[in-house]
Design a protein around this ligand. Structure first.
Ligand SMILES: Cc1cc2nc3c(=O)[nH]c(=O)nc-3n(C[C@H](O)[C@H](O)[C@H](O)COP(=O)(O)O)c2cc1C
Length: 185
């Protein structure tokens, strides 16, 4: 995609298409966006991996330890922002998202069943919550949360804010319930 896209329709379609690609391709620039949330007093943000995408429902899936700070934050304030940067294209993608967390139920159990025997499972098996002080210096404790603390965040995209940095002129467009429109970058 080296040529600049001309129409709003083409740009929006490219954004959805690339989000779908990002969940499948390890090195995709939008695979690891920053997820911003609010804790009631201040903003918080961290890098996450996009694991799945439903283009009909416009839902992105993110895995988390259920005890992570972001989970408590999104339970109280379910609106967040995902920001991705694609340096080669000069594209920033800023997604307004509605956030939900699931720690039980069939869908979560089946994702955990697929993950639990992989090395990635250890991210959800610590006896300590993310951010908890380590009793023994920098060494994490042995894993012993046998049922895991696996949680699935669903981020439903409610608006898409696309920015293109370009030497011939930057461009920005917003796509939301009102449709697509150009705005001043
Ligand atoms: C490249 C990268 C990918 C990450 N992916 C995830 C992820 O998918 N889910 C997650 O909970 N944390 C992920 N993390 C760790 C988070 O950035 C963060 O440190 C952790 O989730 C604790 O954040 P919290 O206290 O705000 O919940 C990732 C970190 C990096 C550097």
């Amino acid at each position: 995609m080296s040529d600049r896209l001309a129409s709003l329709e083409a740009i929006e379609a490219a954004c959805w298409r690339e989000l779908a690609a990002a969940v499948k391709q390890r090195g995709h620039p939008w695979r690891t966006p920053v997820l911003a949330t609010f804790d009631g007093e201040r903003a918080d943000a961290r890098t996450v991996v996009l694991r799945d995408f439903d283009d009909v429902r416009r839902e992105l899936v993110i895995y988390t330890d259920a005890r992570a700070a972001k989970v408590e934050q999104l339970r109280r304030f379910p609106h967040g922002t995902l920001v991705g940067w694609w340096a080669e294209l000069g594209w920033q993608l800023r997604l307004a998202v509605r956030l939900e967390i699931e720690t039980e139920g069939l869908a979560t159990a089946s994702r955990w069943a697929r993950l639990m025997h992989s090395p990635a499972a250890q991210d959800y098996l610590s006896s300590l919550a993310p951010g908890a002080p380590l009793p023994d210096g920098s060494r994490p404790p042995a894993l012993h949360a046998p049922l895991g603390q696996f949680g699935v965040i669903t981020a439903t995209v409610t608006a898409l804010d696309w920015l293109e940095l370009h030497h011939e002129g930057h461009r920005r467009a917003i796509f939301d319930a009102r449709g697509g429109r150009w705005v001043q970058p």
